[in-house]
Design a protein. Structure first.
Length: 129
């Protein structure tokens, strides 16, 4: 099931031409991933770290810009978990403007401990994703 996260573009998100600065798309997808994890696991990242010694880190990502977003646009980040295992998640995260695709990305998250070593997401949490 897709997770949807709404974003409004503010002046601070844009460059001098009123177009969203390219790196901000990654901020938008990061926020959407965080909300997806909060919603699915019913836990915040700090709780995951303290209770389970689990941290999600970006291992790789690929993206494609299709059309620009501009000042005062309303966007939706659509996130979908396309692959999961105890040690990694792969998500497809696309951004839409007026129901049209403007940005595509695929993100691989590794599951690590607070010491930075690969660890496993507990089975009961993995099943919630």
């Amino acid at each position: 099931m897709d997770h949807k996260y709404k974003i409004r573009i503010y002046y601070e998100d844009t460059d001098a031409g009123g177009v969203v600065f390219y790196a901000n798309y990654f901020k938008f997808t990061e926020r959407a991933r965080t909300e997806l994890i909060y919603e699915k696991l019913k836990l915040k990242h700090l709780d995951l770290k303290v209770k389970f010694d689990v941290i999600f880190v970006v291992k790789s990502l690929s993206s494609k810009y299709i059309a620009p977003a501009k000042f005062e646009d309303d966007l939706v980040v659509v996130s979908k978990i396309i692959e999961k295992s105890p040690v990694r998640l792969i998500l497809e995260q696309n951004i839409e403007k007026a129901n049209k695709l403007i940005f595509m990305s695929t993100i691989e998250l590794a599951v690590v401990s607070s010491k930075g070593k690969i660890t496993k997401l507990p089975d009961d949490l993995l099943s919630l994703l």
